[in-house]
Design a protein around this ligand. Structure first.
Ligand SMILES: [Zn+2]
Length: 387
């Protein structure tokens, strides 16, 4: 009797575990990364024609977290290679997330809890990723490297100026080619060690966001508890990043972190995904003073598409935020930073980017200005910043 009961329980447990491994990541992904369609937008022939001429670059997506195959068109989430083709996206920055607090919010988080451990377990990440956040970053980088290898040349990893120039030349002949750049969201992924910067550089990372939702060993987050700035380690990290030609990303950084980094930076920085406070107030969005300071530094800010970045979902709100950022920072310092697949709801997936081109046309941006915002500025920054 007991033996049969135990066997039954064991079978049930196995079924539960198999179900968790097979189904849970996809379920969470579907629920967390939605397209909330605005009323169906018709793209005009003029917008479509202009969009086709653009070199589009997006500074932030978190696709690597969810276990989808980047090369296969998904019916959910926001980014994959087929949809990048449809959206005429030339370059996507793929950022990796290594730790997020439970009950994540924009105001007050600590690093005491973590959602990613469970996600790593159900996706069967390497055992090392249970102990090390750096290992989580490297595992997600390996997923991108694997997609690049399997893509048959359709997806290339940009790590230096040589590979960037080669990509741009090759894409002229083959518009179906796409570039990827590896980034990190939060330097808790250094596991507290300066030498991790070199390790991550060796694995192909070329853009590092100092903080995510909580204060870490490097710097204070906009959503943390200390509201401080850079730590002593943080200052060393900035210097090491600059000497390796890794781009510093100030998205999610506290105001003090932003100003301390800008005071010491000798190279242009980015704020990869953000809103602007003037069109959508909130602790996550840049003030006009910050926009001006980033322009002075030669940097680029990526305007996001999700609700807390632009307040109302839709291409018109994105264009309005871009208009304001350009008015304050100048046309050379504004780009795109979707936050696709970043546990966000967006008005379109990456195949819908012509909607932004059309919305910018409606605000009387010239074709040259649209080309800069849609990707030209990011390509210029990378062309100067990469090793
Ligand atoms: Zn983010």
């Amino acid at each position: 009797m007991w033996r049969r009961l135990l066997a039954g329980v064991a079978i049930l447990l196995c079924v539960a575990i198999v179900t968790a491994f097979a189904i849970v990541p996809g379920m969470v992904d579907r629920r967390m990364n939605m397209v909330v369609s605005a009323p169906h937008v018709v793209i005009t022939d003029a917008a479509r024609a202009l969009h086709r001429t653009l070199l589009v670059a997006d500074m932030h997506a978190d696709e690597l977290l969810w276990g989808r195959d980047l090369l296969v068109r998904a019916d959910h989430g926001h980014v994959d290679l087929p949809r990048m083709s449809d959206g005429n996206v030339a370059l996507q920055v793929f950022s990796v997330v290594t730790k997020t607090p439970r009950n994540m919010n924009y105001d007050h988080n600590t690093g005491e809890t973590d959602n990613i451990t469970l996600l790593a377990m159900v996706q069967r990440w390497p055992l090392s990723s249970l102990r090390s956040l750096r290992a989580r970053a490297i595992h997600q980088a390996d997923r991108l490297h694997d997609a690049v290898t399997r893509s048959g040349g359709r997806l290339v990893l940009v790590t230096d100026r040589v590979s960037l120039t080669a990509f741009l030349a090759a894409r002229k002949a083959a518009p179906g080619m796409h570039a990827a750049l590896l980034a990190i969201e939060g330097l808790h992924a250094l596991d507290g060690k300066l030498e991790s910067v070199d390790t991550l550089h060796a694995h192909g990372f070329r853009m590092l966001g100092l903080t995510h939702f909580f204060d870490n060993e490097v710097a204070a987050s906009a959503h943390g508890v200390t509201h401080g700035g850079l730590t002593a380690l943080g200052r060393q990290v900035i210097q090491r990043m600059e000497s390796l030609h890794i781009v510093v990303d100030l998205a999610h950084a506290s105001p003090q972190t932003v100003s301390e980094v800008l005071a010491m930076a000798t190279r242009p920085v980015v704020v990869s995904h953000t809103g602007v406070a003037a069109t959508c107030p909130g602790p996550r969005n840049l003030t006009d003073d910050q926009l001006r300071a980033i322009a002075m530094n030669g940097g680029v800010v990526g305007i996001g598409y999700w609700d807390a970045a632009v307040c109302t979902l839709g291409a018109a709100s994105i264009a309005k935020a871009i208009r304001h950022a350009v008015n304050v920072a100048g046309i050379d310092h504004v780009g795109l930073g979707s936050d696709f697949d970043g546990a966000t709801s967006t008005p379109f997936a990456t195949d819908g980017l012509a909607e932004i081109t059309q919305a910018l046309m409606a605000l009387n941006f010239s074709p040259d200005e649209i080309a800069k915002v849609m990707g030209g500025n990011v390509f210029r920054l990378l062309g100067a910043a990469l090793p």
